[in-house]
Design a protein around this ligand. Structure first.
Ligand SMILES: [Zn+2]
Length: 433
């Protein structure tokens, strides 16, 4: 553990400290954030005192990413939630927007340091320790993932950056430099398993003992995880963040039962029902959309920010001794479809389908027929066959039945030949929009 005093602090004590940070943060927002002054006043809160403490947070309005974007102007391209003066800002990251214009994420020196601290705790939870060697496949470029790379220095690792999208270079580094760990997206980890199998490369016999996956959901799906662990001969743990709030906020420990909040003290986590926005208790087993609030952010703090990540919470004691709640990401709310009243996550479809290995490759593509979330059954799903397997009506029917029994969704399963669904060297698309 990087910070045992912090990471094993009893959770009620953490919440008491967080309550004090939160009240200070609210005061700062009323003082400096034009966006939140206006938004909170419109909701009937004209001062930090009126807004109360963490126990009252669910009375405050949620923040959507598009609201922030709507306030961007040529004079203020960051948005009206910007609180810091230009001289206080030491870094500006971008997130890739769907509209083409990036969102800018400014950080003060203190913000950046907190990001790296949280990220280092999250990655260290995997069990990797000072003196070990890690190969990273993220580009340090414009995106917040760049800040995660600084966490490896903080842990004291020997960091070997090989960048994105060059599997030969990655495998050469693995073979020659014998790293203990590799950090990459789960999609890319799966791609490398296939890449190695095609070339008779003994991936399982490599020096790599830990795979740290992040950047998209999936690394926690049991069947998908088993495939990665089997192919790499390594233990898989996940990390997760959200660009607007912080990089690698959450990191899984060696118990492999969900990601601990590495950003405890810096970020407050809530759960809501995505359709209604109603706050849910953070109880063991609860599922919902994750909502995050900065507690100590200075440059552009966010309050009750909707992450669009749909998670399951675990609050049972963890064998590692960390006391923060844990989450497992089920999927992105944006990818969720509603088929005759039933919520369906493409990642859950993939999990069910993957159980049909070795007959299937594990690649799927959900093909909604209508625009928007609501779909009429049957929902078309392309399921890729394993290499050498041929289409078989009984297999398609068995998959369809299993999907109906497990996810309560009626599908039309189309078996497609091996290699026909696109692999990703970064993040997978499970839905054809
Ligand atoms: Zn743990």
């Amino acid at each position: 553990m990087l910070a045992p005093d912090v990471e094993t602090r009893p959770w009620p004590q953490q919440l008491a400290l967080d309550d004090a940070s939160y009240r200070t943060q609210l005061g700062y927002l009323f003082d400096r954030s034009a966006f939140y002054r206006g938004k909170l006043a419109a909701a009937g809160f004209d001062s930090a005192d009126a807004a109360g403490g963490l126990a009252d947070i669910a009375r405050l309005p949620l923040t959507e990413k598009r609201e922030i974007r709507a306030t961007c102007t040529p004079a203020n391209p960051i948005g009206a939630h910007l609180c810091a003066t230009p001289s206080e800002i030491v870094r500006i990251y971008s997130t890739s927007g769907t509209t083409g214009t990036p969102s800018f994420i400014p950080l003060t020196a203190g913000d950046l340091d907190n990001w790296v601290t949280a990220s280092a705790r999250s990655y260290a939870a995997s069990g990797i320790a000072a003196g070990q060697r890690i190969v990273s496949t993220y580009n340090a470029g414009p995106f917040v993932a760049g800040a995660a790379l600084a966490a490896f220095d903080r842990i004291g690792l020997c960091h070997v950056p090989v960048g994105t999208g060059n599997t030969e270079r990655l495998m050469l580094a693995v073979e020659l430099l014998r790293p203990d760990a590799v950090v990459l997206t789960p999609s890319y980890a799966a791609y490398v398993v296939e890449w190695a199998a095609e070339r008779d490369v003994d991936l399982g016999g490599s020096s790599v003992e830990r795979l740290l996956v992040a950047g998209e959901p999936g690394g926690g799906e049991p069947a998908f995880r088993a495939k990665l662990e089997d192919g790499w001969g390594a233990r898989v743990t996940e990390a997760m963040g959200i660009g607007d709030i912080g990089v690698s906020l959450w990191g899984e420990c060696e118990a492999q039962d969900g990601m601990h909040l590495g950003a405890r003290g810096f970020v407050h986590a809530e759960l809501i029902e995505p359709e209604t926005g109603v706050a849910l208790e953070l109880d063991d087993g609860a599922t919902g959309e994750l909502v995050l609030t900065h507690l100590q952010q200075r440059a552009a703090p966010l309050l009750r920010f909707r992450t669009r990540d749909h998670v399951q919470v675990r609050t049972s004691p963890c064998g590692c001794g960390r006391t923060s709640p844990r989450v497992r990401c089920i999927g992105r709310t944006d990818d969720m479809l509603i088929v005759r009243g039933v919520n369906v996550f493409p990642s859950a479809v993939r999990q069910v389908v993957s159980a049909f290995a070795p007959d299937v490759s594990g690649q799927i593509l959900v093909k909604p027929q209508a625009a928007g979330t609501k779909q009429e059954p049957p929902l078309p799903v392309s399921v890729e066959l394993a290499r050498g397997a041929s289409a078989d009506a009984a297999l398609a029917e068995a998959i369809r039945d299993r999907l109906r029994n497990v996810l309560l969704v009626q599908t039309r399963v189309d078996l497609v030949p091996w290699g026909s669904l696109r692999r990703s060297e970064y993040k997978s698309k499970l839905v054809e929009h």
